[in-house]
Write a protein that binds this ligand. Sequence first.
Ligand code: SF4
Length: 456
Amino acid sequence: MTLTEKLLARAAGKASVAAGENVWVNADVLMTHDVCGPGTIGVFKREFGEDAKVWDSQKVVIIPDHYIFTADSRSNRNVDILRDFANEQKLPYFYDVIDDPEGKWQFDASQGTLKRQYGTRYAGVCHAALPQKGHTRPGEVLFGTDSHTCMAGAFNQFATGIGNTDAGFVMGTGKLLIKVPETMRFRLEGKLAPGVMAKDVILHVIGEIGFDGATYRAMQFDGEGARSLSMDDRMTIANMAIEAGGKNGIFEFDEKTQALVDERTKLNGTKSDYQPVEPDADQSFIYESVIDLDKLEPTVACHPDPGQRKKASELESVELDRAYVGSCTGGKTSDFVEFAKFLNGKKVVIDTFGVPATPEIVDDLQTQMWNDKSVWQVLQDAGVQMTENAGCSACLGGPVDTFGRMNTPLKCISATNRNFPGRMGHKESQVFLASPATVAASAITGRITDPRTLLS
Ligand code: SF4
């Protein structure tokens, strides 16, 4: 069996499963957020009763992150709905925006968008927060009401996005009927060259198979090259499995996985025992491809979908209005550090926005010093508008007052993960997906630029 088949067999209590089989699997974690949480709670209450209890309060994780730093009252109210539910159900893992459990969330626009407006529990973008807060464990099944839930496949788990109806059912029963996906294998060899990042790997893969090339399939990334990648790199790649239509992305377990999971579960006092899935000798794949990381070049997904692959070097005539680094895919500490390496001592020539995925990443960037400056200061000195209000921000457009949102038809190069028309705001804007290194180089020149041309 492939990694995904083995994992689903275990979660279904069976010795083996085959691709195409429908099995009931037990959920280890159900995650929801401010956009889908209220709807999920509505389904749960409608189907199980007003006084029903969630199947396991230790396994429901609620992370408001999407439409948070906006004066839009309905968006603010969604956070209050989640708080009321967490109080009612006594959920220990609700990462509230404010500290007062009886309070109401209201964004104060008069304070501006850059200074933090959240309390001590706030965790930021759900997919980056889940591992930081100790909720990702190898061998487990994670369902989330968000398509990029597949990011947790970096931790050797089956992680996939589900709709509100399914999530309401999981909330009441802890189970879900799943069709076992076929598995596509991407064997990674070699190592990434300077100026080339994990984002380039996944943009290359999606360009190869198309934005529907993995529809309802598992995307398994393995081989020596996969082991050479950091956990942040693996998260970037697994995150975008859905951009090829994938059901899930998954990596093998190794000492890097173990180190991060053990550190984070201990730090947060979450469940610390787990059982990874190891590869079988006789795995059977629907598709196999070998990717030589040494040969990859900085890659861009052009408007209007993540499959429109071009090399950055082929796009140097494309003039830009805006650059953006942020999101679950591209707003991690390592993404900002790479971004800052290119911007250190330079100036951006177009509007450039930086939105760290989580408050912990804000702290990392503000405390990591390069000589006498923090990484945060390096970015600010280069002209990047950095906000402490970690969250999804303009990755998903959001209400019109969202930081970095494109309210006019602009051309933007972005380290985010999705670029369908209207994704980051105006429906006639154009988004070019790229690595933080390529975004940095392009922000310096105002045109799409291969970052290797700026390496000394
Ligand atoms: S950062 Fe973007 S892709 Fe990630 S969860 Fe938020 S809206 Fe979705």
